[in-house]
Design a protein around this ligand. Structure first.
Ligand code: N01
Length: 539
């Protein structure tokens, strides 16, 4: 560390990086439940994490609003009412500000601080955390609450710097919005984000050209305002809602049907799929329990959903490009939408198949594929994120003996329970790779990690333990368990998915989230704590 750095003389109990769902709750738990001295460092000028940055047109959560919130406090549940079945970005951001105010969190958050380096000082058993403003904070514990999808991935397409129009990434959207009126807009990417954005952009743009590399499934969200009765019911019965969220594989407030695809006749199956389509949303996956484990079972859903695309999209050639999907349903994160496929029936929307005719370059006036050039005024990258490891590696973390996280993870993330990395004492990663995280409803995964970390730190303080570090052996076993859990599903069959790191050139191909289910994972973590933190070295 350079000599010009200002060092805060005070030693904090903990530094938390990030003020999204994870950082806010972790601050509340450590400060208000354990009475610790904690500072949160946040790069943005406000709370919200993902919802602070992702302000692109149509940004909305795919989890139903009554399940996309903190569940630890009935007082918070009672004091907040969601307006729609799925919460929009602006409403979620309001909610997070409401929580920050209600729990008086802001006074311990330092905004506008991007962490640039984290160093473990072995002699003092402290973390030194440096920000872009040149300050260094010292703390006994370092908790990364940086999210899984916070490092924007702008593909390295030749000529981007020559583009004379305006280009944007959905994950770094300007707060004042973007006016598409009268503009020729290009959108690269048809993941969950692109599928939300395209219909809204098409509403005002002169023309929208969607560049699709991989066709994707999508189920209608069927968003709608919530009735006062529903809002009242959820508040009155929240203990039951929470129980369901804690008992399921994916942390959502619905259960997966206890039947296999081939337990029913083809007619019954069609009826079940029709009902699931009409109901809409991620619940489509819950129609049968073997959709993510049996390829023949999955094929029936894949066929149903691609037939739906062909029935919605009027131009047969466009429908074919959209319906030509190369991976099992749900093997990539399944999007849900509002009028996505209908958008391709508009006169001002064109679909370009860049699998068939790849993008060659961005020119001063547009995008050039091997089939020709598309003139554009605005280019939107809905191209996703350097997921899960990207935000952690960006912190430039060095643990014991000067070992860098970047070197430790050069062949892919290795850690224990997604919570701790061997060689990095007293560092916790909330929803790190190797935990259920992105395969679940995130607030549920976040609350479980935060509560586990809080209990662990409380235990250390009660028993006079100064250091906790995952052992190499436990980490290696856990990586095997993560791989085995993924291999028991169809998830690794989507070869270009960001779950595998395949969307970022040069990134190791390792299945990152734990696919064994949230409920099972929660129990496993509790058992490990009950056994005196088995697999961790305490000293
Ligand atoms: O990103 P993605 P996303 N040339 O990586 C394409 C969460 N989320 O931002 O598949 C051409 O899924 C890429 O093509 P391909 C959710 O977990 C949550 O949409 O690599 N195309 C793909 O089509 C989600 O999964 C909510 O061939 C290129 C797209 O860009 C995650 O965020 C809402 C390309 C990227 O899709 C990420 O979703 C929205 C190139 N060079 C998102 N590079 C909620 O509800 C990339 N692509 C909470």
């Amino acid at each position: 560390m350079g000599t010009s750095i200002k060092r805060d003389a005070k030693v904090l109990d903990a530094v938390i990086i990030g003020a999204g769902f994870a950082g806010l709750y972790q601050l509340h738990c450590l400060r208000d439940r354990l009475g610790l001295d904690v500072t949160v460092l946040e790069a943005a000028d406000g709370v919200g994490g993902t919802w602070y940055w992702n302000r692109y047109p149509g940004a909305r959560c795919d989890t139903e609003s009554h399940a996309y919130c903190f569940t630890f406090s009935q007082a918070l549940i009672d004091a907040w009412s969601w307006s729609e079945r799925y919460p929009g970005q602006a409403e979620i951001l309001r909610y997070m500000n409401f929580v920050a105010d209600r729990l008086d969190l802001r006074r311990d958050i330092q905004f506008g601080r991007r962490v640039t380096a984290c160093r473990f000082d072995e002699s003092q058993n402290l973390w030194h955390v440096t920000t872009g403003l040149g300050e260094t904070l010292r703390a006994k514990f370092l908790i990364a609450a940086v999210g899984c999808l916070s490092t924007a991935n702008v593909p390295d397409i030749p000529g981007l710097e020559t583009f004379e129009g305006r280009w944007l990434h959905t994950g770094q959207w300007p707060h004042e919005g973007v006016d598409f009126t009268g503009k020729r807009v290009g959108q690269i990417g048809t993941g969950s984000t692109g599928i939300q954005a395209a219909p809204v952009i098409a509403d005002t743009a002169r023309h929208l050209t969607v560049f699709q590399r991989t066709a994707n499934y999508s189920v209608p969200a069927r968003n709608a305002p919530l009735t006062p009765e529903f809002q009242r019911d959820v508040k009155a019965n929240f203990a039951e809602v929470r129980r369901i969220m804690h008992s399921t594989h994916n942390g959502h407030a619905f259960t997966i049907e206890d039947r296999n695809v081939f337990d029913v006749t083809p007619d019954e199956r069609m009826q079940i799929y029709d009902q699931a389509w009409d109901k809409g949303g991620l619940q489509f996956r819950a129609a049968f329990k073997d959709l993510l484990s049996s390829k023949p079972a999955n094929d029936t859903a894949a066929q149903y959903l691609s037939d739906k695309i062909r029935s919605i999209v009027k131009d047969p050639a466009t429908a074919e490009i959209l319906a030509d999907i190369d991976h099992p349903y749900g093997a990539k994160r399944p999007p849900i939408d509002t009028d996505y496929f209908e958008t391709f029936n508009r006169d001002n929307v064109t679909l370009v198949d860049v699998r068939k005719a790849p993008i060659e370059a961005i020119t001063p006036t547009g995008v050039r594929t091997s089939a020709g050039e598309y003139p554009l005024d605005i280019l939107v990258f809905a191209t996703g994120f350097d997921a899960m490891t990207g935000p952690l590696l960006a912190l430039d973390i060095q643990g014991r003996d000067g070992r860098a996280l970047r070197d430790t993870w050069r062949h892919g993330p290795t850690n224990y329970l997604g919570l701790q990395v061997a060689g990095f004492p007293n560092l916790f990663t909330i929803t790190g790779p190797g935990s259920p995280s992105v395969l679940t409803n995130m607030p549920v995964a976040i609350e479980q990690h935060v509560e586990w970390i809080t209990a662990c730190i409380a235990h250390m303080r009660e028993t006079g333990i100064a250091r906790i570090e995952a052992t190499e052996t436990a980490s290696q076993r856990w990586v095997q368990a993560v791989n085995a859990a993924a291999d028991a599903t169809l998830l690794p069959q989507a070869h270009h998915s960001w779950y595998l790191g395949a969307n970022v050139p040069g990134k190791p191909r390792v299945f990152m989230p734990y696919a064994g289910g949230m409920a099972r994972y929660r129990q496993h973590c509790s058992e490990i704590a009950a056994k005196g933190y088995e697999g961790f070295a305490l000293s």
